[in-house]
Ligand binder design. Sequence first.
Ligand SMILES: [Fe+2]
Ligand SMILES: [Fe+2]
Length: 285
Amino acid sequence: MTDRTTIFHLSDIHFGLADDRALDWVKQEIAEKRPAAVAITGDLTMRARHREFGAATHWINSLDVPVTVEVGNHDMPYFNLIERFTTPYKRFRGMADKVEREIDLPGLAIVPLKTVRRWQPRWPWSHGWVTDAALDRTLSAIDRLPRGTRALVACHHPLVEAGTKGKAWTRGGDKALAELARRKVLATLSGHVHDAFDIVRDTPEGPVRMIGAGTLSQRIRSTPQSFNELTWNGSTIEVQVRNIDDVPTEAMQVDEVPEDAMPPREPDEPVAPVATVPRVDPPVH
Ligand SMILES: [Fe+2]
Ligand SMILES: [Fe+2]
């Protein structure tokens, strides 16, 4: 067993509207640091198009490290409602089957929790929802882990709000978080809100740590493109938010979004991303 294990937590790459500069930077970081695993917590694509999943497959396979992927609300068919209702995860699974590899971490397991639904009795369908069936699958996977193995639960939506500008509105999140607290999971890893956070939430069953990764897409919210570098020393996880513009980590780990989370702009720099990003569709979350 090595003393320290590094895991890169990436999220919301949104192939179709990814930020190429951020992807090149992360790829370079992975090549240099060779993390033991890369966990990607959903929204791999923008609109679940075949070509977007193709680009995701190509990029992930080029990393040449063990990767695990979770499904995000953007990864279900958006234009084809029949497919969305009948086989919502087929395109995602087609990609996941090509990129996921066995992950072997010392004393640690990454356990998935599905927080997306093909439809919901509320609008928009992009919000989080932990069904009883999804929670049961995750809890039994945790219960089956070898004694002494800690779980990192990877999901797309934060289970409860984490103080970020973007919201997840996850139904069933409080209950899920309490069950995870009861099982003393090491942390939840999530995405969706496009800003990074690292907080502890109290539940009736005790505290749970919630770690959120930012985005590597052009759809930034309060902070520049980022990913989380997690370091596991056998008992605790250390989180460092790595961002492309070198904003200090504290400003990136938002609880209440700070005014100065974005880097200061040079006076002659155009007020960019929003104006230059091609708006394909209105954002859905
Ligand atoms: Fe997203
Ligand atoms: Fe999302």
